[in-house]
Design a protein around this ligand. Structure first.
Ligand SMILES: *Cc1c(COP(=O)(O)O)cnc(C)c1O
Length: 370
């Protein structure tokens, strides 16, 4: 039987070529593997046009490990971090800062509303002790897009530093390091780059990582240490995720062959449109307004019909070849469908049909929320 298509953005569906790239074992001390690491780091910086002032520091682990490492390495003990909060991954950043003993100031917002540059500006003006802003670019908890360029401009104008969780946007949404002022962008192998999960990375301003020596309270998360060791030896500190790096090398080649970031965005936008149009035809309503929806993951309100049950729908849709994602909202009963991975609009139309047929078999007659 064919593996189900993952509509769960991370892990997601990878291409056969990406999976085939994991069939070799690599020696971590060997020059061939070091060359692979070097080329991956170079290409990741190039995707955001950062070669002039930024470097790439990869880190073993899932995306959250890299987010925590970026905050732990770049925010000094005396730092204070403003976190615009409109979703679950923003709240995770606040929890990380609490654990690190770094002061966090959460700026709470509605989950259906993008982070507001004017409110961020006012918060920075009111509190000169805030040293950094930590922004989630695409808040995957709902799928909302936060206005990174406008917020970066506000943060720079106030002379503060910006750390961006670009986990679910890097490689698909436009980010230009040459014009956008930020200290660090964090992402990972297994999201829009469509590699295998297991490696995070930060694209960091060279002067910011140079200034971060000795700041990180953790050994394994110390990105300054990782960077200086890698620059000196070409190797990773500690065992590298060799197969994941090899898969990412192949995924980056496919990213380029598919038109780079603009090509990826075009495919995801077509996926998102096919999904949303198809679901609306059935009577579903998406949680977000189209004007703030990123083409990465879509949150749908659950049908009000008493025969609806997410677990039952999930199992039936999975048996028809598609894996869905539960909702991540506190305020409404929802579920999510990813638009990213090695899938196309035709695949998403088939997924919509599987949702329709599963719910119909369950006795759900109307798909609209309340
Ligand atoms: C996926 C994701 C992360 C990292 O989550 P992991 O489960 O650690 O991979 C962080 N932030 C955002 C916005 C994400 O989408």
């Amino acid at each position: 039987m064919q593996d189900p298509t993952l509509l769960t953005p991370g892990p997601l569906t990878t291409s056969l070529a990406t999976r085939m790239a994991m069939l070799r074992d690599w020696g971590s001390w060997d020059g061939a593997f070091n060359a692979l690491t070097t080329s991956v780091r170079r290409d990741l910086v190039e995707i955001v046009n950062g070669a002039a002032d930024h470097v790439c520091v990869p880190l073993q682990g899932s995306g959250t490990f890299a987010v925590e490492a970026a905050l732990a390495t770049l925010v000094p003990r005396s730092g204070r971090v403003l976190v615009p909060d409109n979703g679950a991954y923003c709240k995770r950043i606040v929890r990380i800062l609490d654990r690190l003993g770094r002061e966090a100031v959460a700026l709470a917002q509605r989950e259906d509303t993008p982070a507001d540059p004017a409110r961020i500006d006012a918060a920075l003006a009111a509190d000169p002790g805030i040293t950094h802003v930590a922004l989630v670019h695409c808040e995957t908890g709902t799928g909302i897009l936060n206005p990174l360029p406008r917020i970066a401009a506000v943060v720079a104008a106030r002379g503060r530093r910006l750390i961006v969780d670009a986990m679910s946007s890097f490689g698909a949404l436009p980010i230009d390091a040459a014009t956008l002022p930020f200290d660090a962008l964090v992402s990972a192998s297994g999201k829009c780059l469509e590699g295998a999960p297991g490696m995070g990375f930060i694209i960091v301003r060279r002067t910011a990582i140079e200034a971060a020596a000795g700041q990180c309270p953790s050994l394994v998360l110390d990105l300054h240490d990782q960077w200086t060791y890698m620059e000196a030896t070409g190797q990773w500190r500690f065992t590298p995720p060799t197969h994941v790096v090899a898969a990412l090398r192949s995924a980056l080649d496919q990213h380029r062959a598919g038109g780079g970031q603009p090509g990826r965005l075009a495919r995801y936008a077509a996926n998102c449109a096919a999904l949303v149009d198809g679901m609306r035809e059935l009577g579903f309503r998406s949680f977000l307004d189209d004007s703030v929806q990123a083409p990465i993951i879509v949150t749908f309100l659950a049908p009000a019909d008493p025969a609806y049950d997410f677990g039952e729908m999930y199992r039936r849709v999975r048996d028809m070849g598609f894996m869905l994602y539960p909702g991540k909202l506190t305020e409404a009963d929802t579920f999510r469908v990813g638009c990213i991975g090695d899938i196309d609009a035709h695949g998403l139309r088939r997924a919509v049909a599987a949702i329709r047929d599963s719910l119909t078999a369950m006795g759900v007659r109307t798909f609209s929320p309340a």
